[in-house]
Ligand binder design. Structure first.
Ligand code: CTP
Length: 406
């Protein structure tokens, strides 16, 4: 599998709002992800941005209202509406939402929306007062009750100079939501996958903690790859600068103990648990409520072990039969296969993903990874250097194969 946006037909409606310029950024992102984007501008949208901008980005015709009235007009709106995998309206003005809620088709975009049978995603953009107006709120409710998806509006600075709820969701987030909507009926639809990611931080005092170099990139890629095939994903993440993928149910934790609790609470009916997290193996025995002053030089911090989450999961699994499949990761700097094989056995895993963090293009912070899959029967699968998403994709294909055999 790959990004579910690839080769999909997306109709993007652009309406009259200053945020129309951001629609060009969204169009560019979707095109780069391999979508075929047909843009329809309303007359008001053309006051803010030209069809040429979109045509230049997509290499395809961008439609305007006049296209409804030409000899091809009828064919155009029916074809656009029928062939689309997703209809996105971003930015959506209060006026266009009112028309959609009431079934009005008075321009190419609204007529196309009436003809479309695919899912619809709306990203409103307007002044805060217009969005909170009871008429707009009623229209939003009507559209939601028909299954229309919404993203935003977001709070923040508005073109009117005021602050409020009315900003269009940022293009990168709309893209992430589109990816989620296009992937959600994939082969793992209805299956629950828990992914742990990143590092844990074990506090010493209010300003200091013990941690490791994990950035969470590999775990977030696994969560994305699972969402891309339609799984219900719970992402249990340690501290990171990354943004969780749209559609993941994200639980943010700090310590190993919090991660253990989050995993145990969610794993009891999961189809698979994938532990990519670099969990701290030890923590300070005592936490100082006050910042430890440098005058009070301390020569040693007394440490104690944290619980091994996968071992706890193994006990749960023996008792309850869940999670049905368990995958661990092993980041090693020496004797990769021996160490990984030992962890596979001791932690009762179905698969361990072993990587040598000293190799070029692998390990913490890197954009790529080089891994070997090890199975309990001794089978090995060595992958070339791949992007972290492609490693995740291979892993999710394996999980999909297990689940589909059940
Ligand atoms: N893991 C865990 N709980 C811990 C430590 C690790 O569940 N307290 C999981 C990790 O998420 C990973 C696997 O165990 O999937 C292997 O982690 P790793 O840090 O490589 O192994 P450790 O068991 O911690 O052994 P060591 O650090 O000595 O190599």
């Amino acid at each position: 599998m790959s990004n579910p946006i690839q080769n999909k037909r997306i109709v993007l409606g652009v309406t009259g709002s200053i945020a129309a310029y951001k629609a060009a950024i969204l169009t560019s992102k979707l095109s780069q992800a391999g979508a075929l984007v047909d843009v329809i501008l309303t007359n008001s949208a053309t006051r803010f941005i030209t069809p040429l901008t979109f045509q230049s980005v997509t290499g395809r015709k961008a439609y305007v209202e006049d296209d409804l009235w030409g000899s091809e007009g009828h064919v155009t709106h029916i074809a656009l509406g029928h062939e689309a995998d997703l209809l996105v309206i971003a930015p959506a003005s209060a006026n266009t939402m009112a028309k959609l809620a009431n079934g009005i088709g008075d321009n190419l975009l609204t007529v196309t929306a009436l003809a479309a049978t695919c899912p619809m995603l709306i990203a409103p953009a307007m002044d805060a007062g217009m969005f909170s107006h009871p008429a707009t709120q009623t229209n939003v409710e009507i559209l939601k009750s028909r299954g229309v998806e919404f993203t935003g509006p977001m709070p923040g600075h508005l073109a009117s100079g005021l602050e409020g709820l009315g900003r269009m969701t940022e293009p990168i987030e709309i893209e992430s939501r589109i990816r989620f909507l296009l992937g959600k009926n994939g082969p793992l639809a209805g299956k629950r996958i828990i992914v742990s990611a990143g590092r844990t931080e074990e506090p010493i005092d209010p300003v200091r903690f013990i941690t490791n170099r994990s950035t969470g990139k590999q775990g977030y890629a696994v969560a994305q790859a699972a969402l891309d095939v339609g799984a219900n994903v719970t992402l249990i993440s340690g501290p990171t600068t990354l943004t969780p993928p749209s559609g993941a149910d994200t639980i943010l934790v700090q310590t190993a103990e919090q991660m253990l609790n989050a995993v145990i609470n969610t794993a009891s009916n999961a189809d698979a648990l994938i532990m990519t997290a670099a969990v701290a193996d030890f923590r300070p025995r005592r936490y100082s409520e006050e910042k430890i002053k440098k005058e009070k030089v301390f020569s040693a911090i007394e440490l104690e072990s944290t619980a091994d989450i996968l071992k706890q999961v193994n006990l749960l699994r023996k008792e309850k039969g869940f999670p049905k499949h368990v995958v661990g990761f092993a980041a090693e700097s020496n004797e990769l296969l021996e160490n990984a094989a030992l962890k596979l056995k001791n932690k009762g895993l179905d698969l361990i993903v072993a990587n040598d963090i000293t190799k070029k293009g692998a390990g913490f912070g890197s954009e790529t990874n080089r891994v070997i899959f090890l199975f309990p029967d001794g089978k090995k699968q060595e992958l070339p250097t791949l992007s972290k998403y492609d490693v995740a994709d291979h892993l999710i294909q394996q999980v999909t194969a297990w689940i589909s055999k059940e």
